[in-house]
Design a protein around this ligand. Structure first.
Ligand code: F6R
Length: 243
């Protein structure tokens, strides 16, 4: 694991964007694995600026998002489809046909999940996967007690996750209790992984991910097994690593 500690959120976002940009410059038809949530918003902003300055071109890029809430229409303003279009895709020249996000309204969820993993492997697997991390150590929506061998699947969201994500909804009752998420196996098949975390609230999860034992109770700890992981942290998220 390569750990990079920077001063603040802006620096974290810039470093992550630089990694994605160099991936695209080296391989214009890269397969990107993308995350939602608060953490990568700054990175998307930086990438949009680079695109505006003609430093990167997304025309040949293919993307796969980590997850989507189960039961939400794509058009729902809380869906991850909506988030991605608003915060990233509508601002760059990615080909719509090359965007992949699990369909939370799929009739046959098992098939949806199998097809998603097949599409990823048929694309030659993800070149670089961006991850945030939950306060409970989740990656994607792989919650504590995860099965490390699982591919994309339907997940029951953890209480902590529902509480944390309720900040985006009118009330906690509105937060979906299930999601479709890439599994740990899917994530671990990525050639490179970059995990971002900022703020004090993530310090404990980061400590357990980097220094703790590898166990299903801390899903992100599995990343210790991957041979190309970069973790970019602001000082607060790195706060417990020093000792
Ligand atoms: C998002 C995702 C989640 C988030 C995590 C952190 O697609 O898969 O694992 O990365 O919950 O969320 P934020 O960034 O909002 O703290």
């Amino acid at each position: 694991m390569r750990i990079i500690v920077v001063d603040n959120y802006k620096e974290m976002s810039k470093k992550a964007a630089a990694m994605i940009a160099s991936q695209i410059i080296l391989k214009p038809n890269s397969v990107l694995g993308l995350a939602t949530g608060d953490t990568p918003l700054g990175m998307y902003k930086e990438l949009i600026e680079m695109y505006d300055m003609k430093q990167i071109d997304f025309r040949e890029v293919k993307s796969f998002n980590l997850d989507e809430y189960y039961g939400l229409e794509k058009e729902n303003s809380q869906s991850y489809h909506h988030y991605m279009i608003k915060n990233f895709f509508s601002n760059i020249n990615i080909d719509k046909e090359k965007i992949n996000i699990p369909n939370g309204k799929a009739k046959n969820i098992k098939k949806e999940c199998e097809n998603y993993d097949k599409k990823i492997s048929d694309s030659g697997n993800i070149d670089i996967q961006v991850l945030g991390i939950g306060v409970n150590g989740h990656i994607g929506f792989n919650e504590p007690s995860v099965d490390f061998k699982a591919g994309t699947h339907l997940v029951e969201l953890d209480e902590k996750t529902i509480k944390s994500n309720s900040r985006f909804f009118n009330s906690i009752e509105d937060v979906p209790t299930k999601a479709i998420s890439m599994g740990i196996k899917t994530i671990m098949n990525s050639k490179k992984i970059v995990l971002l975390a900022n703020g004090k609230g993530k310090a404990d999860a980061i400590f357990k991910t980097v220094k703790g034992k590898i166990c299903p109770e801390v899903p992100a700890s599995v990343l210790q097994f991957h041979n190309d992981v970069t973790i970019i942290l602001d000082k607060e998220a790195a706060g417990k690593l020093e000792s």
